[in-house]
Ligand binder design. Structure first.
Ligand code: TXA
Ligand code: MG
Length: 344
């Protein structure tokens, strides 16, 4: 199949909407990462998404909507707290889980009786959903297991030849996927996947629990609240390690041993030996979120065999950065002072 790459503009809305209405799929921009879009109510189209990504069938998709009316078409019930969060965070990087109506296909929702819903904050994609008139199911537009795409070139690297259309909406603003929450009673939520709507932001409206799966390995055989968390994720081909320690200790660590084939994502205050390749990361959680996936992909493209990433601060959006990194690193966290090469 020939994959067409076009810039997001009103003139491609019709073509993109036709493709989705006809049961085919296309990659679309959002403010978090690129999504692989299908009509959420069309089982065959949804199956094509799973196939193109190589995604396990039991990992449910997020339904993207352009109006709260669409939410009522999906959700069996919508509690007042959900409406309040929608008012404050939609359109934006917050995904909420609701009991689903029977007409929402089980295939879209990984066989669960719930549906995850969000309203993305991207002008083109909102218009596209509106024009389609149905919710768009869209997982991140990467091959399952690889880092999520934050630019159209990443989507092309994974999807060229597999889907008819990629819409280039530029670099994604946040660079990490949406916050996923479920409700626990009338005034509490549980974060299943951290994102740019942070625990601190949600605490203004509700009691907030962070699920243990956010920072711990989940047992693949156990029943988990968010099936996505149990799979290998966000990993480049290179081995990723999270490196703890201050700038001096990290600099010393990088200088010892032969570091050929080594990539590094740092805060910018380290001394880097000549044979180590540095990729963009940054000091703030916002910069790190924006750069992380692109830099992991770039490290692969540069032929790095191992990549060391400095341990992020886990406050605010940093929790999302750390959550993605832990999975990219298969939970390998090491001390730069050589205290232990301990795998957590
Ligand atoms: O920012 C985002 O959310 C991006 C853009 C494209 O919108 N999408 C995205 O989709 O990250 P995906 O499929 O890569 O991740 C969806 C996550 C998975 O961890 C999945 O398990 C969880 O949401 N999820 C979806 N439906 C669920 C449900 N009914 N119950 C629990 N978790 C659910
Ligand atoms: Mg994904």
């Amino acid at each position: 199949m020939k994959t067409k790459l076009v810039k997001a503009s009103d003139s491609v809305l019709d073509e993109a909407a036709e493709i989705l209405k006809n049961g085919s799929i296309a990659a679309i921009p959002t403010e978090t990462v690129y999504g692989l879009a299908a009509n959420a109510y069309d089982v065959e189209a949804v199956r094509s998404v799973f196939r193109a990504k190589g995604r396990p069938q039991d990992n449910p998709l997020i339904l993207h909507i352009s109006s709260t009316d669409m939410l009522y078409d999906i959700a069996e019930s919508v509690q007042p707290l959900a409406l309040k969060l929608a008012e404050n965070f939609w359109p934006g990087p917050l995904t909420m889980i609701f009991p689903r109506k029977p007409h929402v296909p089980a295939e879209t929702c990984g066989g669960l009786d719930t549906a995850a819903v969000r309203m993305p904050n991207n002008a083109f994609t909102l218009k596209l959903i509106e024009r389609c008139g149905f919710p768009i199911a869209a997982p991140s537009a990467n091959t399952s297991g690889l880092p999520s795409p934050t630019g159209a070139a990443h989507v092309m690297a994974d999807m060229d030849g597999k889907i008819p259309l990629v819409i280039d909406g530029g670099e994604c603003r946040f660079g990490v996927e949406s916050t996923v929450i479920c409700f626990e009673g009338e005034d509490a939520v549980r974060i299943l996947r951290p994102g740019a709507v942070t625990p601190e932001m949600l605490r203004e409206y509700a009691h907030v629990a962070v699920d243990s799966g956010v920072l711990e390995k989940t047992d693949p055989s156990a029943k988990v609240l968010s099936p996505g968390m149990k799979y290998k994720h966000y990993s480049p081909a290179a081995e990723v390690y999270i490196l703890k320690g201050d700038a001096d200790t990290v600099s010393r660590f990088l200088k010892t041993e032969n570091r050929n084939g080594t990539g590094f994502l740092g805060f910018g205050d380290e001394e880097i030996p000549g044979n180590v390749t540095v990729f963009p990361y940054g000091r703030t959680a916002e910069e790190q979120a924006e750069n992380l996936f692109a830099s992991l992909r770039a490290a692969d493209a540069a032929g790095c065999t191992q990549v060391y990433v400095r341990m992020p601060d886990t406050a605010g959006l940093g929790l999302a950065v750390y959550n993605r990194l832990l999975r990219a690193a298969a939970f390998r966290v090491i001390e730069a002072d050589g205290g232990s090469d301990a795998v957590r």
